[in-house]
Design a protein around this ligand. Structure first.
Ligand code: OGA
Ligand code: MN
Length: 354
């Protein structure tokens, strides 16, 4: 007999996650990534190239032609799932990478850091400038008596960025963390209607900004081929996921939105990864596919009920496939963006909630 955890470890979805996840073999000399067999990973880039050359497609995959510059590919096994290889031109990829790092994590949008540090302003700039996040002096250290503390505030430490020399003068008793470390540990930010991860629901009372118009329009354009003529996708919320080497997104369903006929529009940016689309239970073996910078996935209808996740990203030069981003981010002012994206993947997934 197996308990619930052991059972979960044995599902077909979990087995696929384990197959593709990054593990290290410890040889005597150094840590080596364990080699992984990628022969079963569907590659829509090469499928699309072959389709353009000779109009041939592997069985189980069929195209939809629309007014995007490229066909959309569908899977017979997964009605409601759409893959648009290279949907975003490289200039547009650069734009959304920049926004994902500079404006999307800005308050009132929340990030995974909120729960610990409260709202953080300008994390990316602080990391670039080598700043340190420090818990405000009046709440730590030994000279509390000199500082007037507002009574209600006493248990709410505030954190602020300082440059390194300022940090030293704050004394060793203060809690501190490098902005660059926080940037590396940025895992998500939420745009538009704020998603409350603890309750797994949208909390419409949380302050929020509207999703930028350009992103709404992009999502509307990408979603159009999946909707009946005249119906328009309304981007109301988005989750931005940030992946570094070894980071994964475990198998899950996105079932918190009211109308499942509307697709989730999911854009990949930066390093290549592996995306798994499974079935309605974790027992169904998932299909693995590569997701590259500029690819867009749409999940609507029945595909909304399918487990999916990201077990792997590739950050090595050969497999990351970000050379076109490297060309565009070649200016001095973009060097911090390039440094970040060379070893990261960003996913923006956009939802109509109501
Ligand atoms: C999600 C999601 C997929 C991805 O955030 O719900 O499924 O490609 N992301 O990162
Ligand atoms: Mn999802």
């Amino acid at each position: 007999m197996y308990g619930p955890t052991e059972d979960a470890e044995r599902t077909a979805f979990r087995m696929a996650e384990k197959k593709y996840k990054l593990y290290y073999d410890n040889t005597r000399k150094k840590k080596q990534p364990r080699p992984v067999d990628l022969s079963d990973v569907t590659d829509f880039k090469s499928i699309s190239e072959a389709y353009h050359r000779n109009a041939e497609l592997p069985s189980g995959i069929f195209p939809i032609h629309c007014d995007l510059h490229t066909p959309i590919f569908c899977l017979e096994s997964h009605p409601g799932f759409y893959f648009i290889p290279g949907a975003l031109p490289v200039e547009e990829q650069c734009r959304w990478i920049k926004e994902s790092l500079t404006s999307f994590p800005q308050p009132p949008n929340r990030t995974n850091h909120n729960a610990i540090y409260g709202p953080l302003q300008d994390l990316f700039a602080a990391a670039k400038d080598n700043k340190v996040l420090i818990q405000e002096e009046q709440y730590c250290g030994t000279n509390n008596s000199e500082v007037e503390i507002i009574e209600n505030d006493i248990n709410v430490p505030t954190w602020n960025f300082f440059d390194q020399s300022g940090a030293l003068s704050k004394g060793v008793t203060c809690k501190s963390v490098l902005a660059s470390v926080l940037l590396r540990k940025l895992r998500w930010s939420t745009l538009g209607l704020q998603f409350d991860w603890s309750k797994r629901s949208y909390n419409i009372s949380l302050p929020h900004n509207k999703i930028p118009d350009a992103l709404c329009l992009l999502a509307e354009r990408m979603a159009a081929p999946t909707l009946p003529l005249g119906e328009v996708f309304q981007a109301e919320a988005a989750i931005v996921n940030y992946f570094g080497l070894g980071d994964t997104l475990g198998g899950h369903l996105d079932d918190m939105e009211k109308d499942w006929s509307k697709p989730i529009v999911s854009m990949s940016l930066g390093c290549k990864g592996i995306f798994l689309i499974g079935g309605k239970s974790r027992e169904v073996p998932p299909l693995a596919m590569f997701v590259r910078s500029g690819d867009v996935i749409l999940m609507a209808g029945q595909a909304r009920e399918c487990f999916h996740g990201v077990p792997r990203i590739f950050t090595d030069k050969e497999n990351a496939e970000i050379s076109s981003l490297e060309l565009l981010f070649s200016d001095e002012e973009d060097s911090a963006l390039l440094e970040y994206i060379k070893t990261s993947r960003i996913n923006i997934n956009i939802r109509q909630v109501f």
